[in-house]
Design a protein around this ligand. Structure first.
Ligand SMILES: [Cu+2]
Length: 116
């Protein structure tokens, strides 16, 4: 009788392990998308640096405001809203093209993202 219980115990363990397999595959695909790099634009001295940035399709651009004046990152496609010193905004570019943007507070501040 004890032996039978032992066998049932093993069976229970084995079936308990089965649902774990798809979860592992799922986490593997998450790891592979994480290899796409993030490109950074610094906002400083009332300009976007670099002013022109080339990225690959699917990459994320993160803008960070590194000065005391508040700025925005604005285009037809996206708008960060007002960013204070130290604040960041990210946008992922899924389609190739040339994306021009500006600061909504200082329209003379402009930048371009080229997505290949
Ligand atoms: Cu600005």
């Amino acid at each position: 009788m004890k032996k039978l219980l032992f066998v049932f115990g093993i069976l229970a363990l084995l079936t308990a392990c089965e649902p774990a397999a798809p979860t592992k595959e799922g986490s593997l695909s998450v790891t592979s998308t994480a290899t796409l790099s993030v490109q950074n634009v610094s906002i400083e001295s009332f300009s976007f640096n670099p002013g022109v940035l080339n990225v690959s399709k699917g990459e994320t651009v993160t803008w960070t405001n590194n000065e005391n004046a508040a700025h925005t990152v604005t285009s037809d496609l996206f708008d960060s809203g007002q960013m204070k010193n130290g604040e960041s905004y990210s946008y992922t570019f899924d389609a190739p093209g040339t994306y021009e943007y500006y600061c909504g507070i200082h329209p003379s501040m402009t930048g371009t993202i080229n997505v290949q």
